[in-house]
Write a protein that binds this ligand. Structure first.
Ligand SMILES: CC1=C(O)/C(=C\N=C(/Cc2ccccc2)C(=O)O)C(COP(=O)(O)O)=CN1
Length: 456
């Protein structure tokens, strides 16, 4: 059997409902053709994000009853701290309410006006915090990552060492506070970085005295791809691969809402004493005590348990294979998607799906809206709208104009994915009728969250 059955059985259910089509048309119009502005009650299958939308296990729910809600020194904090230290090997952990809480602390401490922060493709909140502190993000990902259909490149998240070294030589290592290595690379299509590349990036960084900070939001998926695809790792456990991965980092930011399998939570981890001391001084301003960082005791308990569950091979194999299952169904039907299929989502290539719509009329934005009208399935625009504008106000027009079908962990079944695939195939068949969009309200920052559109 190519695709294993779900390695869990259901103990509690949340009924789903689908609106009649005319009500879906009304709902997306009211939402300004922006799927972020749809109400959850109007969504049938929610593939907007895998962030905070994952199903917790019975052990995690039981952990909520173990919440030690002491203001300082919570037992749950010690459980979370020791779990992170054990899994990743970092000396210090600073809790935050979610990933961007950690990005805020790291960027405020290390990024100064004139800093350059190289990384393997941008992520919206990560770059926003670097820029808010006067830094400039520099993309040093390999060129293959910007090519949507590239099935033979198994580690599209890899950093181009020459691009990285050229930047170091151009701006000077003293102006690079750290390199941000995303494992996996969300906007490239959930693409992994190989262990070989992680090692090479670390060695090159150490040669120049530059810190390596992982954005480890989906690190378990990255470890799974190393085990499945990289020579020499097929007989290693996920935990062994993860430990080696983090040996090539000086620290990390983590959103627990993904591979932590919790609904809220995050942390900043590091080995460096000075960075730790500055982070604990700053966390009290933005997140709370260094022993809760914006999380309740019960959330920290669920987080510690989730981090351990995520390392189970059957769990992560099923999780990544579900994404591959949906990707294969679409690809076999001739739907243009990012290949290889990534770890957390299938990404539709909206440019190839709607070649008659120019990027300034936001093809990915209108495709996400049309998929909702067709099926009540919510997806996310990851193209020109998400890329936003440069400081000079120019649109980025990224090479990748994508719609993300993001699978929450342990939530949907293969039957749901069959429904999603059939809806997208129906939309593809009527793609010539789809028209472009223009902004009617464009927010100044991170415009994809609350922007509103109408047809041109
Ligand atoms: C690689 C990576 C992420 O994917 C990530 C969050 N992703 C999210 C949530 C999101 C964030 C911004 C716009 C749209 C959706 C995702 O839907 O993909 C964060 C921030 O974490 P946070 O949400 O916990 O603050 C850091 N790094």
């Amino acid at each position: 059997m190519k695709f294993m059955p779900e390695p869990y059985k259901v103990k509690m259910v949340e009924p789903l409902r689908i609106l009649p089509k005319e009500e879906r048309i009304e709902a997306i119009k009211k939402a300004g053709y922006n799927t972020f502005l749809l109400n959850s009650r109007d969504v049938y299958i929610d593939l907007l994000t895998d962030s905070g939308t994952n199903a917790m296990s019975d052990r995690q729910w039981a952990g909520l009853m173990m919440g030690d809600e002491a203001y300082a020194g919570s037992e749950n904090w010690f459980h979370l701290q020791s779990t992170v230290q054990e899994i990743m090997g970092f000396k210090h952990v600073v809790p935050t309410h979610q990933g961007r809480g950690a990005e805020n602390l790291l960027s405020q401490i290390l990024v100064k006006p004139g800093s350059y922060v190289p990384g393997n493709m941008y992520f919206t909140t990560t770059r926003a915090h670097q820029e808010l502190n006067g830094g400039t993000f520099v993309d040093v990902i390999n060129d293959d990552a910007h090519i949507s259909d590239n099935p033979d490149v198994l580690f599209k998240g890899n950093i181009d060492l020459k691009k990285y070294e050229d930047l170091i030589n151009k701006v000077g290592a003293e102006n690079i506070p750290y390199i941000c290595v995303g494992v996996t690379v969300n906007l490239a299509g959930g693409q992994p970085v190989s262990m070989k590349n992680l090692r090479e990036v670390y060695e090159l960084s150490k040669k120049h005295g530059i810190r390596v900070m992982f954005d480890c939001t989906r690190y378990v998926e990255n470890a799974y791809f190393i085990k499945a695809r990289e020579e020499g790792y097929k007989d290693k456990t996920i935990a062994e691969i993860v430990k080696e991965m983090f040996s090539y980092a000086d620290g990390a930011t983590m959103s627990g809402k993904k591979d932590g399998i919790v609904n809220i939570g995050g942390f900043l981890a590091m080995n460096e004493e000075e960075l730790y001391s500055k982070a604990t001084a700053l966390v009290v301003v933005y997140e709370g005590m260094p022993s809760y960082g914006g999380m309740t005791g019960r959330d920290m308990e669920a987080f510690a348990i989730g981090l351990k569950e995520a390392l189970d091979y059957n769990y992560i194999k099923h999780r990544v294979e579900q994404v591959e299952y949906l990707g294969n169904k679409l690809s076999e039907a001739g739907i243009p998607i990012v290949r290889p299929v990534g770890g957390h989502a299938v990404f539709l290539d909206a440019r190839a799906f709607l070649p008659h719509i120019p990027q300034e009329q936001y093809p990915a934005q209108v495709l996400a809206a049309e998929i909702y009208i067709e099926s009540g399935v919510r997806t996310m625009e990851r193209g020109n709208v998400s890329a936003g504008r440069t400081k000079e106000g120019k649109e980025y027009f990224p090479k990748l104009e994508l719609v993300r079908l993001t699978l929450p962990r342990r939530v949907y079944s293969y039957a749901h994915l069959d429904f999603v695939a059939e809806a997208i195939i129906r939309t593809f068949k009527r793609r010539d009728e789809i028209k472009g969009l223009k902004f009617i309200y464009e927010p100044p920052v991170l415009r994809f969250f609350t922007g509103r559109f109408e047809h041109v």
